[in-house]
Design a protein around this ligand. Structure first.
Ligand code: NAP
Length: 316
């Protein structure tokens, strides 16, 4: 561990992390953002973005690049490492990484997002990378003129299902209910797309093939019948689980593990904030991540000022 003390340490470089970093660095706070992969987070798994104000149509990659460039311009340092633990110690936070580096900071903003939820059916884990995928932008081009299924009925399933029709000859959207969670505009687009076929009130029980995916066993929840649907790929978009377990101490969370904060994005541990997809909230959008991260960075700034004022008052 070096003697360096950061004002703000941010974990995760998705839209929330890059925004918190921009605001913290621009406020002249000594700020570092730690990301295990490339900056961008979920943006890098998203093709088309049409709901970020000011950008009528952009790609996740482009927006990620712009957000990173913007934050770096104001002095944010971005380091590549995988955070394993965050500990509170004597008014300071110690952040440990798999690479062995340790960081000391006055505040921490957790913007570590989440990981895709798995179907947890036979064949899924075995065929991950052999036709089972959690990222249409990454793997979609491998399915040119092939038949794929998308599991899920939310915005991700619809958005990615529509994207996959650019490559695949046919896309089944398999959903466990008759009604969808996806927004009406995405539903309208998908329903108008001749390459998309819906299989509703049904679940995937098993994925099979050798060595690559060749079929999925789809069970009707109406009559229990099982159909072996010939397929080349299965894309799973059934939500995600938050990366909320990094702090070595209790943090309030909802029943799914998403962190609970107040309006200032405070977690309940002074100096520790959460924003973006790791936080419990109604809508998980780029816009909400960006807004919450702004609040978290400003709250962290106020906290640091208050602590400095208290320390100064105690000395005089
Ligand atoms: P989501 O909204 O939680 O939807 C998950 C879908 O998967 C639901 O339809 C759910 O079914 C289904 N599901 C969950 N567990 C399942 C299981 N074990 N087996 C089969 N199906 C299962 O997740 P999401 O689509 O990833 O979206 C996450 C958040 O990101 C949402 O807030 C969404 O609005 C946002 N988002 C926004 C955009 C955009 O364009 N603005 C794009 C992507 C995501 P039920 O409906 O029956 O529960």
């Amino acid at each position: 561990m070096t003697d360096e003390i950061w004002d703000v340490l941010i974990v995760g470089a998705g839209p929330a992390g890059l925004t918190a970093g921009l605001y913290a660095a621009r406020a002249n706070l000594h700020s570092v953002l730690i990301e295990k992969l490339a900056p961008g987070g979920e943006l890098l798994n998203t093709d088309l973005i049409e709901d970020y104000p000011g950008f009528i149509s952009t790609t996740g990659f482009e927006l990620a690049q712009k957000m990173e460039e913007h934050a770096r311009k104001f002095g944010l340092e971005i380091e590549q490492a995988s955070v394993t633990a965050i500990k509170a110690n004597d008014g300071m936070f110690i952040t440990e990484t798999e690479e062995g580096t340790e960081y000391r900071s006055k505040t921490v903003i957790m913007t570590a997002g989440g990981v895709p939820k798995k179907l947890e059916v036979p064949g899924e884990a075995e065929m991950a990378g052999h036709g089972v995928s959690y990222c249409a932008v990454c793997d979609g081009p491998l399915f040119r003129n092939k038949v794929v299924a998308v599991a899920g009925g939310g915005d991700s399933a619809f958005q990615e299902g529509i994207y996959l029709t650019r490559h695949a000859s046919k896309v089944y959207i398999i959903h466990r209910r008759d009604e969808f969670r996806a927004s009406p505009d995405l539903q309208a687009k998908a329903k108008a797309n001749p390459k998309i076929e819906f299989i509703t009130s049904a679940v995937i029980d098993e994925i099979g093939g050798s060595p690559n995916v060749e079929w999925a066993a789809v069970r009707s929840l109406k009559d229990g019948s099982v159909t072996k649907v010939p397929l080349d790929g299965v894309f799973v978009f059934i939500g995600f689980s938050p990366n909320s377990g990094l702090f070595s101490g209790h943090l309030n969370h909802d029943e799914q593990g998403f962190l609970l904060t107040n309006d200032h994005m405070e977690t309940g541990v002074p100096g520790l904030y959460a924003a973006g997809d790791v936080r419990s909230q109604l809508a998980r959008q780029i816009t909400t991540a960006v807004g919450d991260a702004t609040t978290a960075a400003i709250a962290a700034e106020h906290y640091i000022e208050d602590q400095a004022f208290k320390a100064k008052s105690a000395r005089s």
